[in-house]
Each structure stands twice: as structure tokens, then as C-alpha cells.
Design a protein around this ligand. Structure first.
Ligand SMILES: [Zn+2]
Length: 290
């Protein structure tokens, strides 16, 4: 009788332990990383001077994204795509291909709104912008891929991070992710394009080569970084075709945001008793400067 009772207890303990192990395993598969939205843009990637480039393409997917994927494949480059949620259902085949070919798919809001005061005053609208996009891209995110967000126009509020970090799913985002290269066009007195931003190149009617040379010069000066480009205009594709062979020949290494070491600090595993970030001073890790 005693033995039978003992056997029962042992069986029960083993069952509970296995269930817990399974639940932990399932949770870790669903949540690839513990992260937090930051109160300001993450301005520092840590890639400058490392000879490493993380290409990021914003605002798609579009009719041109497939051709861009062809170009990336030809050059053996993996990139990160900050997609606009509302565009996803029209291009699900493109997202499927991105996933299959090893690119990282990330969140750039649902309809590219300026996430300023209006969204701080109506946080449920903010939740919709990021939550609906998260649902749209979820089927195309590989197990273990990190979740990344970039704010349209870089517009962000501290209150946004506080609100979103209370959401059990959305708090796993790393972001907002800024960029090192591609923020603006700069032309010197001799007329040399010293830095470029594709959208502005096209509004100034630059050629793909002029714009590409601007990117190449900024990349050379900084020696690496997160590069901002867009996949909604055909000229950006021509420019990518122009710069990629040159960058590869110069020995640059290409990574996705999953391979940016400095972002690991935003993925620090946290335990239940660590309070959800409500201000910078209480975050369980160092906040980025600036
Ligand atoms: Zn954008």
C-alpha cells in the first residue's frame, strides 16, 4: 500500500515536471527573446568601424520587392525588411520568399503613420498600429527570429514604450531601431555626393549611380553600420544592383538585425519579478545614450 502510494506520488511529480518543461519549451519557441521597447530610438548599432553592414529596406513590400530579392540572392546578401502591415496581405508570396531565403521580417507600423502626440493621447491606436502588423507578419517569422520595430520617420515617444511593454506579446520587440547610414543627402562644394538617402535622391532626380556613390562614400567613412533604404521605388533596386558588387569586393560582411551583437542587451532574459519598464531608470539593462 505504501509502495503504491509512493509510486503514485512519483508518477504525479514526474508528470508535473514534464508538463512544466513542455510549457517552458513551448513558451521559449513562441517568444524568441525577452525584449523591451525603448523610450527613445536605438541610435547606436555598434557596427560602425566593424566592416559589417546590416541592410534594412523600409515601407514595402511592393511590386519591386521580388526583383530586390533576386538581387540580394545574386550577391548572397541577407537583409532586414521593415514592412508596412497594410501591404502584407497583397504580397504574402513575397514575405514567404523572404522567410525562405533567410531575411528578417520586421514591423514598421500598419499604415506608416507619424506616431506622435495623437498616439500618446490614444494608446489603443498605437496598439493597433503595431499589434495588427505583428499579426500580419507572424506567419512569416521563423522560430527563433527576433522581433524588431522601426518607427516611421523615427518619430517616437517615451510613453509609447511604457504602454507597449505592458502587452505580453508586443513587449518582446527590440526597437525602435534607427540607422547609421542613409539618413540624408549631403553634397559638398565640388558637387560630390558625400551621403545619400534613396527617397531624397529620387526627389532630387539623382541617378541610381549618383545616389549609390553617396551611400558608398558614407559607408566607407563610417566603416559599417545599419543602412537605411526603401523597396518601393524601382530606382532603389537599380542602386542596390550598383552598390552590392562593389561592397562585396571591398570585403564588407552583411548581416541581419538578428546578428547585431549590441542588440543582445535588449534581449536580456528577465524573470517574473523584474518590473515591466515604466521609466528609463527602472529598465533592467543600460539604456542607449542620446
Ligand atoms: Zn518608412
Amino acid at each position: 500500500m505504501v509502495l503504491r502510494a509512493l509510486a503514485f506520488v512519483v508518477t504525479a511529480v514526474v508528470t508535473v515536471a514534464l508538463s512544466l518543461a513542455f510549457l517552458t519549451y513551448s513558451a521559449s519557441r513562441i517568444d524568441p527573446a525577452n525584449a523591451y521597447f525603448q523610450p527613445t530610438n536605438i541610435y547606436r548599432s555598434g557596427l560602425q568601424g566593424t566592416g559589417t553592414l546590416a541592410l534594412t529596406f523600409d515601407d514595402g513590400p511592393s511590386a519591386f520587392t521580388g526583383a530586390l530579392l533576386d538581387s540580394l540572392a545574386r550577391n548572397n546578401v541577407k537583409a532586414t525588411f521593415f514592412v508596412v502591415g497594410a501591404r502584407v496581405r497583397h504580397h504574402s508570396d513575397v514575405l514567404e520568399r523572404m522567410m525562405r531565403e533567410g531575411h528578417v521580417i520586421a514591423n514598421h507600423s500598419f499604415n506608416h503613420s507619424r506616431l506622435g502626440r495623437r498616439y500618446a493621447n490614444n494608446p489603443e491606436l498605437l496598439h493597433t498600429q503595431i499589434g495588427r502588423t505583428n499579426e500580419a507578419i507572424a506567419p512569416f517569422i521563423r522560430p527563433g527570429q527576433g522581433l524588431y520595430f522601426r518607427a516611421p520617420y523615427g518619430i517616437w515617444r517615451r510613453a509609447h514604450a511604457e504602454f507597449l511593454n505592458a502587452d505580453p506579446v508586443l513587449k518582446h520587440y527590440v526597437g525602435p531601431v534607427y540607422w547609421d547610414i542613409g539618413g540624408q543627402v549631403a553634397v559638398d562644394d565640388e558637387g560630390t555626393v558625400r551621403a545619400a538617402a534613396d527617397w531624397d535622391c529620387w526627389s532630387k532626380d539623382f541617378t541610381a549611380e549618383q545616389c549609390g556613390d553617396g551611400y558608398l562614400r558614407e559607408i566607407k567613412r563610417k566603416g559599417g553600420g545599419i543602412v537605411l533604404m526603401h523597396d518601393i521605388r524601382e530606382r532603389s533596386l537599380w542602386m542596390v544592383d550598383y552598390v552590392l558588387p562593389k561592397l562585396t569586393a571591398a570585403g564588407y560582411k552583411f548581416v541581419t538585425l538578428d546578428e547585431v551583437p549590441r542588440f543582445d542587451q535588449y534581449k536580456t532574459p528577465v524573470t517574473e519579478d523584474v518590473p515591466v519598464a515604466s521609466d528609463e531608470g527602472r529598465l533592467p539593462f543600460a539604456s542607449p545614450a542620446r
